[in-house]
Design a binder for this molecule. Structure first.
Ligand code: NAD
Length: 250
């Protein structure tokens, strides 16, 4: 897969799946703009890409704020001459049984995981419609449309909604040359899949028994899936929510 000349925007690009995907796109020739709330982790991603002679930029933005997202898309286009691919990946996890979810936690989780994806798509689609098309990949989760687990109500609700929003937006925009899909990872080796106080070795032990494949997905496997969905190789895949979970939901 070759992304030479493409401009790629990645939210949540300062860590985990977002950073790994930024590195993977840059290694295949793309100019990558990473976005997130804090500058330091984004700078680290840019440094990693530049140390491999790749092209990268960072823009601080909170995806739950409409004005930030509008500025993010506008600045990306103005600074880099366009926007070809967007990976709407920023997200937060929270755990509590439904009867105990604090309203602030509920609002916070929705504002980032769901409103963040909505706002990102809204502004990305507007640009892509005016410029002949593009590709969007949203991050959902197996905890959502594919699987439920006690204690993940707020998170699961947002991710199921991202899956539904992705399909609706895909139908609305494929006629305009904008191909929209989602990825639904199972546990991936980022900080998010560690339970409170858990070490990486303990996580590995837990998942050895819990998952048919016997391990978490690697960051590189998650990134490769996003790259494939962003490439012309997957051109007939539209409005799909691609599960990568080592058969957890099979
Ligand atoms: P992560 O915590 O490393 O990444 C999440 C990123 O989102 C962070 O960089 C964080 O700074 C950013 N972010 C959070 N709130 C933001 C906001 N308001 N504005 C901008 N950026 C914000 O974990 P990850 O595993 O790399 O998560 C990436 C995505 O993958 C998330 O949407 C997550 O829900 C999803 N996911 C992860 C797993 C897993 O096992 N790791 C499984 C399924 C889905």
């Amino acid at each position: 897969m070759d992304f030479t000349g493409k401009v790629v925007l990645i939210t949540g690009g300062g860590s985990g799946i977002g950073r790994a995907t930024a590195l993977a796109f840059a290694r295949r020739g793309a100019t990558v703009v990473v976005a997130g709330r804090n500058a330091d982790p984004l700078d680290e991603t840019v440094k990693l890409i530049e140390s491999e002679n790749g092209k990268a930029d960072r823009i601080t933005a909170d995806v739950s704020r409409a004005r930030d997202v509008q500025r993010l898309v506008t600045t990306t286009v103005e600074s880099h001459g366009g926007l070809d691919i967007a990976f709407n990946n920023a997200g937060v996890f929270s755990m509590a049984p439904v009867a105990e979810i604090d309203e602030d936690v509920w609002e916070h989780t929705l504002s980032i995981n769901l409103t963040g994806v909505f706002l990102s798509m809204k502004h990305e689609i507007a640009h892509m419609r005016a410029n002949g098309g593009g590709v969007i990949v949203n991050t959902a989760s197996t905890f959502g449309a594919h699987k439920r687990m006690e204690g993940t109500g707020a998170y699961t609700a947002t991710k199921a909604a991202v899956s539904a929003l992705t399909r609706t937006a895909a139908r609305e925009n494929i006629g305009a040359g904008i191909r929209i899909n989602a990825v639904s990872p199972g546990p991936i080796e980022s900080a998010m899949s560690l339970r409170p106080g858990e070490t990486e070795a303990q996580r590995a032990e837990r998942l050895r028994d819990a998952l048919p494949i016997g391990r978490a997905g690697t960051l590189e496997e998650a990134a490769a899936t996003v790259l494939w969905l962003s490439s012309p190789e997957s051109g007939f895949v539209v409005g799909h929510d691609l599960v990568l979970d080592g058969a957890a939901t099979a």
